[in-house]
Design a protein around this ligand. Structure first.
Ligand SMILES: CC(C)(COP(=O)(O)OP(=O)(O)OC[C@H]1O[C@@H](n2cnc3c(N)ncnc32)[C@H](O)[C@@H]1OP(=O)(O)O)[C@@H](O)C(=O)NCCC(=O)NCCS
Length: 165
């Protein structure tokens, strides 16, 4: 299966909304990624990220459709040498190595494009697939913050995984 990263276009809102509108994805994301995920959420998201220069968020493309997204976000102030990585993929495409391949591309992009020396991700303690993907991609577990996340009425651990330049 061939999936590639590309920038979003304004027409992506439809496939974005279709694939993102899934509680099995939202359950592992911050509340910025809601369920239900409406047409308006999709349009506002594309509008917001399209202003970022250089691009920080890319669509995961499959046959012209946006089936997921991956983003790298440089931090500010004393954390300016760090960037946070975030990602999700349509449930129909899980378990095929797609996001692992995307992370590889994004690490190269991030370290080339931004003056950072650390890229980190913060999966929930219960998100075993995301932890596996990060470990396969060379990230090291730096910390486990116990029961700091409160999502859908449940306390969750936050894990901090990072990779250095
Ligand atoms: C996490 C996510 C992005 C992974 O994408 P993906 O393309 O399916 O990932 P990959 O196929 O590259 O790798 C998944 C790995 O996790 C493993 N895995 C999947 N579910 C698992 C589970 N419940 N327990 C342990 N390992 C699991 C797979 O076997 C695979 O490892 P392998 O290649 O050694 O077999 C995807 O599941 C997703 O979008 N989840 C919901 C949103 C989310 O969690 N985003 C990340 C927030 S930090």
């Amino acid at each position: 299966m061939k999936s590639t990263l590309r920038e979003f276009t304004s027409e992506d809102w439809k496939s974005l909304q279709q694939h993102a509108n899934n509680p099995a994805i939202a359950k592992f994301m911050t509340n910025q990624f809601p369920y239900p995920y409406t047409e308006q959420h999709a349009k506002e998201f594309i509008f917001r990220i399209s202003k970022m220069q250089p691009a920080q968020v890319f669509a995961i493309d499959h046959q012209g459709e946006c089936i997921g997204a991956i983003g790298i976000h440089p931090q500010a102030d004393i954390m300016e040498r760090n960037a946070e990585l975030g990602y999700w993929l349509s449930e129909n495409f899980w378990g095929k190595g797609i996001v692992s391949a995307c992370i590889k591309e994004m690490l190269e992009y991030g370290f080339n494009q931004f003056p950072i020396n650390r890229i980190y991700a913060r999966p929930f303690g219960s998100n075993l697939a995301s932890q596996k993907v990060l470990e396969k991609s060379g990230f090291k577990l730096e910390a486990r913050l116990e029961k700091v996340i409160f999502k859908n009425g449940i306390y969750e651990d936050e894990l901090i995984y990072a990779v250095r330049r």
